[in-house]
Design a protein around this ligand. Structure first.
Ligand SMILES: NC(=O)c1ccc[n+]([C@@H]2O[C@H](COP(=O)([O-])OP(=O)(O)OC[C@H]3O[C@@H](n4cnc5c(N)ncnc54)[C@H](OP(=O)(O)O)[C@@H]3O)[C@@H](O)[C@H]2O)c1
Length: 157
């Protein structure tokens, strides 16, 4: 299954200046527990902010430049179709972990969204979720994870 996972402020912002505009350890823990053992796909810019492969996950980086230095647990693919084909051979889920360009590119393929609602309005944010990304989805579950954060789960339907 292809699952989008993001932390989003009240105005759908996800980033500022190439970074996350907040730090919530409860959300980092939730993200780690949810994605561990699965594959994750991210854009090159998000890869640069993380700086190393996320542990115990197959890391796929999407870039039109295939010359990213090879490392263990890192697969660089150059287009969305290659990721989708690769996903068909996976026995785990594939989490789409951002950033904005990657959420946009995978939007038609995403079957579930897992969204952490961040109780902030970040001024000067420059990366946002795609317009209407939850259209055609319905909320099926929600849970509090601490730090005043609520995670909502959405499925198509
Ligand atoms: N709040 C959250 O949950 C969350 C999660 C992740 C990231 N973020 C934030 O999002 C921001 C980064 O987002 P962003 O949109 O600027 O960058 P991004 O999506 O992380 O990466 C963009 C790069 O991905 C590659 N790419 C994009 N579409 C592609 C396609 N169709 N085929 C092949 N390669 C493709 C390109 O790399 P090349 O230039 O190498 O070709 C492009 O420059 C940061 O602020 C980050 O902190 C937030």
């Amino acid at each position: 299954m292809i699952i989008g996972i993001a932390a989003v402020d009240r105005k759908n912002a996800i980033g500022k200046g190439g970074k996350l505009p907040w730090h919530y350890s409860a959300d980092m823990k939730f993200f780690r527990e949810t994605t561990t053992g699965h594959a994750v796909v991210m854009g090159r810019k998000t890869w640069l902010t993380i700086g190393k492969p996320l542990k115990d996950r197959l890391n796929i980086v999407l870039s039109r430049d295939p010359n990213i230095e090879p490392q263990d647990s890192l697969l660089v693919l150059t287009d969305v179709d290659s990721v989708i084909s690769f996903n068909n051979s996976l026995t785990t889920d594939l989490f789409v972990i951002g950033g904005a360009q990657i959420y946009q590119a995978f939007q038609p393929h995403i079957e579930k969204w897992i969204i952490t609602e961040v109780p902030l309005t970040v001024s000067g944010a420059d990366a946002f979720m795609p317009e209407g990304y939850l259209d055609g989805f319905k909320e099926v579950d929600s849970k509090s994870i601490g730090d005043d954060l609520v995670v909502k789960f959405y499925e198509r339907g």
